[in-house]
Design a protein around this ligand. Structure first.
Ligand code: 7PM
Length: 274
């Protein structure tokens, strides 16, 4: 066996660590204690082996009330600047607002992560003027009501079709295909069964030939299956990370970086003998 083929067969997804940025602590533009604790979290994640830090404004959270553009900017941009000034790490910005995207890109964001797949006003144009990667996530419905009665003819095919259309729109405005990351959006307008079907069949998205991001960490699909509170979902979360990695997910988005890096190392060690 050649070294090259070993490398190709070795599963080694990037770990994206979720940075918790709570609304209250940052609505003033960065209260020192919380700002400092966010930077400590970043340092810890880097020591634990994270590849990308994902900074999320509350506006993308299911069921969350809308956050104003002003508040989101005040929360996200100073933190992005501080991280980029102190650490050598890739940063992704979880936002659906064009203004946040453009300011984030201007301040060194490496990836835009949009749960609304650039469907809000102005987002396509902002990304078209840059050259950084963008994650297009699938969501059915809108955050406040999306879990009411999700319906699909075929959950995999329907989501695949959504990606095909969004990729086409991106290409039409000048966002090259090789900048796009796709994400089926676990928990965003999907029943428990639909979430597990998606997880089991993630490999089906390989035909789009784009990097895939998988975000299941601590989600209700784990909590509701296991009857575990959010602080008791580590084992379930690690299992879903491994299942996604085995189907060639390129990025695994997690809260528990250290444990996920360990789990992926164990998986990777077995993969090279297959
Ligand atoms: C409450 C419920 C709070 C859900 C936070 C969440 C994803 C994401 C989120 C994802 C991508 C969370 C979610 N989930 N971005 N942002 N993919 N690309 O668990 O699955 O962090 S918010």
């Amino acid at each position: 066996m050649t070294a090259k083929s070993l490398q190709t067969n070795t599963i080694n997804p990037q770990v994206m660590g979720i940075l918790n940025v709570t609304p209250d602590s940052f609505s003033d533009g960065g209260k020192f204690a919380s700002f400092d604790s966010a930077l400590k979290q970043v340092e810890q994640m880097i020591n634990d082996g994270v590849d990308i830090i994902d900074i999320g404004g509350e506006s993308t959270r299911p069921g969350a009330v809308d956050v104003s553009e002003e508040d989101e900017l005040a929360r996200v941009i100073p933190l992005l600047k501080a991280i980029k000034a102190r650490f050598d790490i890739k940063v992704s910005i979880d936002t659906s607002k064009a203004k946040v995207m453009s300011q984030a890109i201007a301040h060194g964001a490496d990836i835009i992560n949009d749960v609304r797949a650039l469907q809000n006003t102005g987002c396509l144009a902002v990304l078209a003027q840059s050259d950084i990667p963008v994650c297009l996530m699938h969501m059915q419905g809108m955050p406040r009501t999306m879990q009411d009665n999700p319906h699909y003819d075929d959950v995999i095919d329907d989501i695949k079709q959504f990606f095909i259309e969004r990729i086409k729109v991106c290409e039409q405005v000048g966002i090259k295909r090789d900048r796009i990351i796709i994400d089926p959006g676990f928990g965003f307008g999907k029943t428990l069964e639909q979430n597990y079907q998606l997880l089991a069949q993630l490999h089906q998205f390989a035909e789009l030939e784009l990097p895939l991001l998988s975000g299941t960490s601590r989600k209700s699909m784990i909590g509701n299956l296991l009857h575990r509170n959010v602080d008791e979902r580590l084992a379930g979360s690690l299992t879903t990370a491994i299942i996604a990695a085995q189907q060639n997910a390129s990025i695994i988005r997690v809260h528990d970086v250290k444990e996920t890096v360990d789990a992926l190392k164990v998986l990777s060690m077995t993969q090279k003998y297959q």
